[in-house]
Design a protein. Structure first.
Length: 290
């Protein structure tokens, strides 16, 4: 299935971010095992979201902007964001990554997908934004069902003015599973096969460690780029990744520690927010369980 967003205008000296909710048209349950995304230059990110059944009604095939031309946040758009479930995305202009051959991300019949694009235009000319997405399916039901890795730091992300600040947050085995209500009593191992960070322009370093309750720390991810953080793949059976690493598995009493450093060179305290001049501290990815 191919999704196409745009072309659309990005006004001079502005950040444009909107959502576009549309049916995929899949009449049967499918399993995604390869995702291709291609964006015109100037994009900060592109993310695909789905929603749970209790989400508010979202209008179809309408550009729902996060902010109007005066920078005022749109309440209806913000309210829907509280229900979003990450499905896939990238900060790279071109991405083409395949899952391990025995793993697929479940796509229920009659799925609707919310396309979220964020472009930054610092010039005095109008940009044109445009995004294509290809979702490839497995031929049969896979052996393992892919799950979403989404670890978000909000409350402790406080950056005083004119200071370099390092924030650390640890998510242990049960906390990672709890994000999507997976039962730790029937799961022995979280097998992470893709991982990448997301932050904004004040971030100078983002590290992820595998940790355990004995105090062990093993670095499994590093970047100093907020604009194009690397997409890491773990295991020997994936294609399309530039950064390939050995298997990354998390068991009981183990977890992931996020450590990000920010240089707030402004006169204002900064925290979690949606503009590139605000900040974020997020890890996205995929895993399957044994």
């Amino acid at each position: 299935i191919q999704l196409h967003l745009g072309p659309f205008d990005v006004l001079p000296n502005q950040e444009t971010e909107f959502f576009y909710y549309t049916s995929l048209g899949n009449t049967e349950e499918e399993y995604v095992n390869r995702v291709e995304i291609s964006m015109k230059a100037g994009s900060h990110h592109f993310i695909l979201y789905t929603y749970p059944d209790d989400a508010p009604i979202i209008p179809e095939n309408v550009e729902r902007y996060l902010r109007d031309e005066n920078g005022i946040y749109q309440i209806a758009t913000l309210e829907a964001m509280a229900y979003q479930i990450f499905f896939g995305g990238t900060q790279w202009s071109n991405m083409d990554i395949s899952f391990p051959p025995n793993v697929g991300l479940r796509l229920p019949a009659d799925t609707y997908m919310d396309q979220n694009t964020h472009y930054i235009n610092t010039s005095n000319e109008i940009y044109t934004g445009e995004v294509y997405t290809n979702l490839h399916f497995t031929e049969t039901e896979p052996e393992y069902i892919a799950e979403i890795l989404q670890l978000v730091v909000i409350e402790s992300l406080v950056l005083p003015p004119h200071e370099i600040t390092t924030i650390e947050e640890t998510f242990m085995f049960e906390e990672i599973l709890a994000v999507y209500d997976l039962d730790p009593d029937i799961i022995n191992t979280i097998n992470i096969f893709q991982l990448f960070s997301h932050a904004h322009e004040k971030m100078t370093e983002f590290i992820v460690y595998k940790v355990d309750d004995s105090g062990s720390n093993e670095q499994v991810y590093w970047t100093d780029s907020w604009e194009h953080p690397p997409i890491n793949c773990y295991g020997n059976d994936m294609s399309g990744c530039v950064n390939n690493y050995p298997t990354l598995s998390i068991s009981e009493n183990e977890g992931l520690k996020l450590r990000a450093t920010y240089n707030n060179n402004t006169n204002e305290e900064l925290g979690f927010g949606f503009l590139s001049t605000d900040e974020m501290m997020i890890v996205f990815g995929y895993f399957y369980t044994d």
